[in-house]
Design a binder for this molecule. Structure first.
Ligand code: NI
Length: 137
């Protein structure tokens, strides 16, 4: 019997989507408002989902307080109120799209979560646009 537990979190961050080898017009055409050279912010909503067996001793799949603290140290402390392009090393050479942010978050959390558990990250960039990542298969 496998059960999924979820923890919601939130961070605000600025970004710009662009390619250095493209001019502003082409960046605007492909990335739209997200290519604004002066950056802009999003209110990101994050859902971290952990699937596993219920521990018979605790009744937990995973202690959600442990997951909460992990999200705080690995994601919120690293991304909240930051300019992702400039201040977060993982995005030095990759565009901070919701897709890439979700992969970075998954990789940061995966190494701290029991390997018998499956991990999925859901990241909302806007209330209507969101991505999910559950690891490379
Ligand atoms: Ni944007």
């Amino acid at each position: 019997m496998r059960v999924t537990v979820h923890r919601k979190a939130h961070f605000n961050a600025a970004h710009r989507l662009f390619r250095k080898d493209w001019d502003d017009a082409r960046n605007l055409q492909v990335f739209g408002k997200c290519s604004n050279p002066n950056f802009h912010g999003h209110n990101y909503e994050l859902i971290v989902s952990v699937t596993g067996s219920i521990d018979p001793d605790t009744g937990f799949v995973m202690d959600l307080k442990v997951l909460k603290d992990l999200i705080r140290t690995e994601v919120e402390d690293a991304f909240d109120h930051k300019n992702l392009n400039i201040e977060v090393a993982e995005f030095k050479d990759i565009n901070p799209t919701a897709e890439n942010i979700s992969v970075v978050i998954w990789n940061k959390l995966r190494k701290h979560i029991d390997l018998s558990h499956d991990l999925e990250v859901t990241l909302y960039e806007t209330p209507r646009n969101y991505v999910t990542y559950k690891g490379a298969k």
